[in-house]
Design a protein around this ligand. Structure first.
Ligand SMILES: Nc1ncnc2c1ncn2[C@@H]1O[C@H](COP(=O)(O)OP(=O)(O)OP(=O)(O)O)[C@@H](O)[C@H]1O
Length: 279
């Protein structure tokens, strides 16, 4: 088997003498994204493609534009120019509240849980977001039956168990240590059963063993969804990502699989003098 042209929506696959077309719908595609703040260019014509079922990492020294890129992918920041496409369809103006309906979930650096709700209720919100993203229920604002409520709670508990934090279900987020809150935030995102998960600095504040656990989980998720991982911890990124985009001063300076990016002279130069955590 021979693939003539990958990375586009249609690929030509040769099987012996037979050439056939196969659709390869990307998950997320950012194309030529530029973002400026006043006179400062935070991102300059940055492109990347997150393929379905893969982990795509975004790394770069401080101020490289990682958060800005994440915010563009979440719809928080509208780019000055460039385009976003999701599963082959161009999104003219992505807003954060569009994400759930598109099958995209995210976690944020600041965790962002509802402090007055229990951990379980927070995760139910994630499951409910998915359930309500159905056309008729969102249009009609239908109330939930008690059977549906029970089902959502069971789903939420299952995700909390998967992440090893089910014992905190009745607690409020503010009463919990930061690493546990981060897991709850991740559980809420996973409860939405997204096709793309956007993770912003998921390893910050985690101990080494917690980071290992996170790495294993992220790898496991590729059976269920694509992941865009914006992360400082180089060792985690190198371990779990299929593809990596390296930014520096708002530009993409390298991209490719970990083994290629690791030895790229431009990447080494960008990190020279910068503290690379975990290496
Ligand atoms: N809202 C804003 N207004 C003005 N400048 C901004 C804003 N947000 C980011 N910047 C600037 O844009 C550039 C890219 O910032 P960004 O936060 O995206 O980088 P980063 O790679 O996430 O950095 P860090 O690793 O330090 O979090 C920086 O020079 C930053 O100071």
């Amino acid at each position: 088997m021979h693939i003539l042209c990958a990375g586009t929506k249609v690929v030509h696959v040769t099987l012996g003498d037979h050439v056939s077309e196969a659709r390869m719908d990307e998950a997320l595609e950012l194309n030529g994204i530029t973002v400026t703040y006043g006179g400062l260019t935070a991102l300059s014509e940055v492109s990347l493609v997150v393929e379905p079922g893969t982990v795509h990492g975004v790394i770069g020294p401080n101020g490289a534009g990682k958060t800005t890129l994440f915010n563009v992918a979440c719809g928080f920041t509208a780019p000055d120019s460039g385009t976003l496409s999701w599963e082959g369809t161009r999104l003219d103006r992505l807003r954060p509240h569009d994400l759930a309906g598109l099958g995209i979930a995210r976690t944020l650096q600041g965790v962002g849980l509802f402090d007055r709700m229990s951990v379980l209720e927070n995760v139910v919100v994630g499951a409910d977001t998915r359930a309500r993203s159905g056309f008729w229920s969102s249009l009609l604002g239908l109330p939930r039956s008690s059977r549906e409520e029970r089902q959502l709670r069971e789903e939420a508990m299952a995700v909390l168990e998967r992440l090893g934090v089910a014992s905190y279900a009745a607690r409020t987020p503010t009463s919990l240590p930061y690493p546990v809150r981060k897991k709850v935030a991740l559980a809420r995102a996973l409860a939405a059963r997204p096709r793309l998960l956007l993770l912003d600095e998921p390893a910050s504040g985690l101990a080494a063993d917690e980071m290992d656990e996170l790495g294993e989980l992220v790898r496991e998720l590729t059976g269920e969804m694509a992941v865009l991982l914006v992360e400082h911890h180089m060792d985690l990124v190198m371990r779990v990502c299929d593809q990596i985009t390296v930014l520096d001063f708002g530009r993409r300076i390298a991209h490719g699989p970990p083994a290629v990016v690791r030895d790229d002279p431009a990447v080494l130069a960008a990190y020279l003098g910068d503290t690379v955590e975990g290496v």
